[in-house]
Design a binder for this molecule. Structure first.
Ligand SMILES: CC(=O)N[C@@H]1[C@@H](OP(=O)(O)OP(=O)(O)OC[C@H]2O[C@@H](n3ccc(=O)[nH]c3=O)[C@H](O)[C@@H]2O)O[C@H](CO)[C@@H](O)[C@@H]1O
Length: 368
């Protein structure tokens, strides 16, 4: 029998896989811990290429997704399956990331079984319990059940301190997404969907709160910009959600310099970010990755739980109003001074060593 401490890592969605892969890697490299990797099955098609890319070895797949399942059902299924697994595996600690049903149910199952829970990317808040829905609630509840809060930035730490958490249970580590970005950027032998010699703007938009009318406004802005800049491409990897696909394809198909492509493999997407002139996105991860690559992001949301990048000046919150998006993009594409100021504003999300810090904290507490 192994004398190593068993750390159970729970992953539900694409961003969780990206942000926990470096933690899994750090566990595997350590001489004191071993990893038991659990997929809840919230995402399938977006997740599997990542598992392969990062060379992750999956120990359990809870396979919880059913068609047209409600949030309550998916949360309950994960909670029950996690409970069974915890009894069977008896890990020394459970690690989850972010704000999905997987992290909520994972932390709750651990709490009920008195197994300490480590929350990666702790302390993100918009302060509005309805936005993003239900992620803000998931974050707030997960924090209550967490033993180790790994806050990516000082602002996230401040949120937790304001909510009364013990300062000794919070560590500022940087965001593990920067660790993941460093791991992937070294893979340069990837085929990109960009066209040789043509500069491009990179776009992602698929958040739940942007579905419907906001998404139509975003697409109208992309179309206007594409018509204003025929010498430039607008590359948009379109999320598989049918609600996104329908609007995007209807609005943008047929515009020859808008390239609607399938979701990209992570190393491909990292290369695209690093080569893009500008990024338009409603993604959380992209708001963190792009500043590390010196790329300005127009954030297609009304509020963000990542205010440090906006405060620093590398990201600009523009919302989903068509003319606001077009005006902001035009300023950046046409005014070199404004562009350079944003591109060189710096990155608040760490140095790519977050996973090592997290593992060291766990080692110090678990190995006594
Ligand atoms: C409510 C909220 O804010 N929730 C967030 C949400 O995360 P998100 O908004 O970052 O999610 P996405 O935008 O789906 O993924 C982005 C990642 O995917 C990569 N990418 C993108 C396009 C592509 O074609 N190929 C790729 O590889 C890209 O580089 C990036 O790393 O859930 C997380 C987990 O709970 C939370 O932590 C996080 O707060």
């Amino acid at each position: 029998m192994s004398s190593k401490q068993k750390l159970m890592v729970v992953i539900g969605t694409r961003p969780e896989a990206i942000k926990l892969a470096p933690v899994v890697d750090a566990i595997r490299r350590s001489d004191w811990a071993e990893c038991e990797l659990v997929l809840t099955g919230q995402h399938k098609e977006l997740l599997l290429p990542l598992i392969e890319r990062f060379g992750l070895q999956v120990d359990h797949n809870l396979n919880v997704m059913r068609e047209n399942q409600t949030l309550s059902h998916v949360t309950a299924r994960i909670l029950q399956s996690m409970d069974d697994l915890l009894v069977q595996s008896q890990p020394a600690a459970v690690i989850g990331q972010g704000d999905t049903a997987s992290v909520l149910a994972g932390s709750m199952a651990s709490f009920f079984r008195r197994i300490p829970f480590a929350h990666v990317e702790a302390g993100l808040r918009t302060g509005n319990i309805d936005l993003p829905f239900p992620e803000e609630l998931n974050r707030v509840l997960t924090s209550r059940m967490t033993r180790w809060h790994f806050a990516p930035t000082g602002m996230a730490q401040d949120n937790l301190l304001r909510e009364g958490f013990d300062p000794a249970s919070i560590w500022v580590t940087g965001n593990t997404v920067i660790d993941a970005l460093h791991m992937m950027l070294s893979q340069s032998d990837v085929a990109l969907p960009s066209r040789p010699g043509r500069p491009f703007v990179l776009i992602t938009a698929h958040r739940r709160e942007n579905l419907g009318e906001p998404m139509q406004h975003i697409c109208a802005a992309i179309l206007q910009l594409a018509q204003l800049h025929p010498g430039m491409d607008f590359i948009y990897p379109v999320h598989p959600n049918p609600g996104v696909r329908q609007i995007v394809h209807r609005a943008l198909q047929g515009q020859s310099n808008v390239l609607l492509v399938e979701p990209c493999d992570y190393p491909v997407f990292c290369q695209l970010m690093s080569r893009a002139r500008l990024i338009l996105s409603d993604s959380g991860g992209v708001q963190e990755e792009a500043p590390a690559l010196g790329k300005p992001v127009l954030v297609l949301r009304e509020e963000t739980e990542r205010p440090e990048a906006v405060a620093l000046g590398c990201n600009l919150l523009v919302g989903t109003d068509t003319s606001r998006i077009v005006d902001a993009a035009q300023t950046l594409l046409l005014d070199r001074t404004v562009y350079d100021r944003m591109a060189h504003a710096g990155s608040p999300y760490g140095d790519g060593q977050a996973s090592q810090r997290i593992l060291e904290v766990l080692r110090q507490t678990l190995i006594t």
